[in-house]
Design a protein around this ligand. Structure first.
Ligand SMILES: O=P(O)(O)OP(=O)(O)OP(=O)(O)OC[C@H]1O[C@@H](n2cnc3c(O)ncnc32)[C@H](O)[C@@H]1O
Ligand SMILES: [Mg+2]
Length: 199
């Protein structure tokens, strides 16, 4: 069976990505099973560039096909910030609560209670034969200063979805989140390409 490494150090992403592969005839392996690997340098200017950097970097480190995700939140009144800097908005290795705090501060400086926002996700699958498969996804909603919910990760408690009116991403089950999320949408496109590649 084909072995695919979920090339991310984010446990929230691993949970969501494993779920999407449940029906494919592939062996899904976490990056953590390869011990302590160095971090890829995510110095691309776009989500797509960073996803490709991570997929190729970890494919070389593990010797296995790797699927990487680069994603983030774009807040309209903040000119699209934090964008590709979402995981380090409050500094390198910042925890989710610190990044959320930083976003609340920026919303206060902008003097607004809420703003249209969207999540974006770029996926890149790098196979050992040099094949690269890519897919993107987007999810629109609104960020507000009052958090709700304990599910998901990152900015989810502050992200009010358009599809499930009044509910934040952190109030959804994983199945509900995957149905509408940037990552869920990108994963469905990517798995289709992957099925063709593996056939
Ligand atoms: O690079 P890897 O190892 O995959 O893990 P990471 O957490 O650093 O991931 P990114 O560099 O892609 O940064 C994405 C950040 O965007 C945020 N984010 C992405 N998808 C999200 C989601 O579905 N829900 C909430 N926040 C999300 C969250 O803060 C992530 O840390
Ligand atoms: Mg990262």
């Amino acid at each position: 069976m084909k072995k695919i490494v979920i090339a991310t150090k984010n446990a929230g992403k691993v949970r969501e990505m494993k779920d999407a592969f449940a029906h494919l005839p592939v062996e899904v392996v976490a990056l953590s099973e390869f011990g302590q690997l160095p971090n890829a340098i995510e110095d691309g200017e776009t989500f797509a560039e960073n996803a490709a950097i991570k997929a190729k970097f970890y494919m070389e480190k593990t010797g296995c096909a790797c699927l990487a995700d680069d994603s983030g939140l774009e807040v309209a009144v903040l000119g699209g910030r934090p964008g590709v800097y979402s995981s380090r908005y409050a500094g390198y290795n910042a925890e989710d609560w610190a990044n959320n705090q930083k976003m609340l501060e920026e919303l206060c400086i902008a003097d607004v209670e809420e703003s249209p926002a969207n999540y974006r996700c770029s996926l890149c699958f790098a196979d050992t034969d040099g094949t690269l498969l890519t897919a993107d996804g987007r999810c629109d909603g609104v960020v507000r200063k009052i958090p709700h919910g304990k599910n998901g990760f990152g900015y989810d408690p502050y992200f009010y979805t358009n599809e499930y009116a009044g509910r934040t991403m952190a109030e959804l089950t994983m199945e509900e989140k995957n149905r509408i999320s940037h990552r869920g949408r990108a994963l469905r496109k990517l798995t289709q390409k992957l099925e063709e590649h593996l056939a």
